[in-house]
Design a protein around this ligand. Sequence first.
Ligand code: FES
Length: 181
Amino acid sequence: MTQATKAKGAGHACSSFSRRNFLILGGASITVLATYGVGAEAQELVSSSYVRKVVGRVSDLEQGVAATFYYPNDDIENILVMLDEEAGGGAGEGRNIVAFNTICPHQGGYMGVADFKRPQSVLGPCPLHLSTFDLTKHGMIVSGHAVESLPQIVLEIDGDEIVATGVMGLFYGYSQNPTGA
Ligand code: FES
């Protein structure tokens, strides 16, 4: 079952409850980090329980062109993009390589690579209620109905390899993120 399918089936009230539980029980620190930025120690904290996976190569990236990858398991689709500017949580020499989940945290609208907008460096608008997210600021909402940021995939660069090591934020439709481990 894909994440999009799970999102369709998830009731909004249930999802809200799960997200509240997540914030109370385990996600508060992660939410704060996503809002205010993360240092190396914090990224290590976020990444500790997730699988490490090569999700692309720097030499294959074309600046401003988004690509799809799956992480932390084969059901969860994300986008990878080299932005025109430095970004919060950005990897690489220019700190401008970022990755985000493509499911809107409001009610599960799907956004794909075609929804990435350059030069604004935003993802959206979501097809359901038009939320738009700033990829330079940890996926923070720019406009629309969503109240949470897009989940950001934590990246490291190892030579030419782009390695996903964790997730900041809760995937829509999940009470707990799968870790891929
Ligand atoms: S589902 Fe995306 S704005 Fe509502």
